[in-house]
Design a protein around this ligand. Structure first.
Ligand code: KIV
Length: 264
């Protein structure tokens, strides 16, 4: 039996950090699950790390189905979360069709990028048995709106909007929140505002769990890694050992350290 959303709630309740990584294929899905990763994200980051695209926008629902199926076949016990691709929620009907495809491909949860405007979709998905993770902050599908992959929520107004979005998403039934690249003090405020588990990337140490793109975690990075990235291959001689180290450092609170966080 795989980890469930109830298990994630229990981990939060007993203040045990949740370790998450992306995976896109069968081999890494097995290795990640064996390392004790609770949530494996079939992220649309596959557009960048597998396909060589400059953003996640070209990723299609067919790509997401293919990679979700590959991960699901090999998963041992992680909760599988799959990304809704760019513009997947442009209509309620399309969001329901795409979510059906992702769940039938083997996902246990879908991740939608966006704020309170997703409330109706999240409610309807919930009524149909689809748990949703809402992704806030630096949502990569909005890279062109943001003018680049930039830290979000630095100004007071933007920070307040993110807090309000987080509350609205929880109220509409989101089971999980994922926050990306926001200043650590804002993360703390979001943590106080909601009671669902919150997973962070580039948001400091205060979230209930951490996620990284798998390639970043093993130093398979072309160019300069982002500030929040740590290469867990350093000091390890196998990828499996690096994944286990990542889990241990997330669980012990060693990763992320202050050097991986953004200030206001
Ligand atoms: O697509 C992805 O890998 C993601 C993570 C960066 C959280 O959304």
């Amino acid at each position: 039996m795989s980890i469930t959303i109830n298990d994630l709630r229990k981990l939060k309740a007993r203040k045990e950090k949740i370790a998450c990584l992306t995976a896109y294929d069968a081999t890494f899905a097995t290795m990640i699950s064996e390392a004790g990763i609770e949530v494996v994200l079939v992220g649309d980051s596959l557009g960048m790390v597998l396909q060589g695209q400059s953003s996640t926008l070209p990723v299609t629902i067919e790509h997401m189905i293919y990679h979700t199926q590959s991960v699901a076949r090999a998963n041992i016990s992680s909760l599988i979360m799959a990304d809704m691709p760019f513009m997947g929620c442009r209509s309620l009907d399309q969001c329901l069709d795409y979510s059906t495809s992702l769940m039938q491909a083997g996902a246990h949860m879908v991740k939608l990028e966006g704020g309170s405007w997703l409330s109706e979709m999240i409610q309807i998905l919930g009524r149909n048995g689809v748990p949703v993770c809402a992704h806030l902050g630096l949502t990569p599908q909005s890279v062109h709106k943001f003018g680049g992959f930039k830290v979000q929520g630095k100004e007071e107004k933007a920070a307040s909007e993110l807090i309000e979005d987080a509350k609205a998403l929880e109220q509409s039934g989101a089971a999980l929140l994922l926050v990306e690249c926001i200043p650590a003090p804002l993360t703390k405020k979001i943590m106080q505002a909601v009671s669902i588990p919150v997973i962070g990337i580039g948001c400091g140490p205060d979230t209930d769990g951490q996620i990284l793109v798998m390639h970043d975690a093993i130093g398979a990075v072309l160019g300069k890694p982002a500030k929040f990235v740590k290469n867990f291959m350093q000091g390890n001689t196998s990828i499996s050992a690096a994944f286990k180290d990542y889990v241990n450092e997330v669980k012990s609170g060693t990763y992320p350290g202050p050097e991986h966080s953004f200030k206001i």
